[in-house]
Design a protein around this ligand. Sequence first.
Ligand code: C5P
Length: 222
Amino acid sequence: MKRFAIAVDGPAGSGKSTVAKMVAKRLGIIYVDTGAMYRTVALFCTEKGIALADEAAVVAALADLQMKIVPEEGGQRIFLNGRDVTAEIRTAEIGKGASTVAAYRQVRARMVELQQEMAREHSVIMDGRDIGTVVLPDAEVKIYLDAGVEERARRRVGELQEKGETADFEEIKKMILERDYNDMHRAHSPLKRAADAVSLDSTGMGIDAVLQAILDIVAERV
Ligand code: C5P
């Protein structure tokens, strides 16, 4: 089969990564979690003591940052200067930091280059905020996945608790709303639905139903 790409965009906690991993497994293609890349930039700068609000310093730090994504069954591993940071980047704080550094044009340019390179080499399902609009504008399938904020916050709390982190529902909900606002209102590649994306609202939908809906769309177009 010809190489193809599936772009999945949507706000925080909409279920993009969970369903994208399942689709990847079903179709035998590679899953690329682009949020992990911005999270890794945030982790790197935080560890170096760089203020994330300092755009010039964050951009300068990119020169010392080597990022490698290794696809694996059911997901990906991400390496920062040779160190596996896959688990470390999954905190709410790093998510917030990722949203700060993701607003910087030069940070985005670096990440987008890496993302496009992966899609040139493999069939992919890639999730993020600007995949259908900027990274893969010619993707065969584009999905905009959303869900009500209460449900998204509940899912995030569940994920964090599963990892043994304490998570306050109201706090997480506030962080999600702030992050979405940031992501939707930034100057460079804001989160928005691509004109040719299919909208899916997963509120109240089980994950298997979301998976099936996406597989049906893929079957029509690929
Ligand atoms: O999806 P995830 O929550 O891991 O993304 C973390 C942050 O990275 C998002 O809030 C967003 O600011 C940024 N991001 C982005 N573009 C992408 C993926 C993530 O700006 N393609």
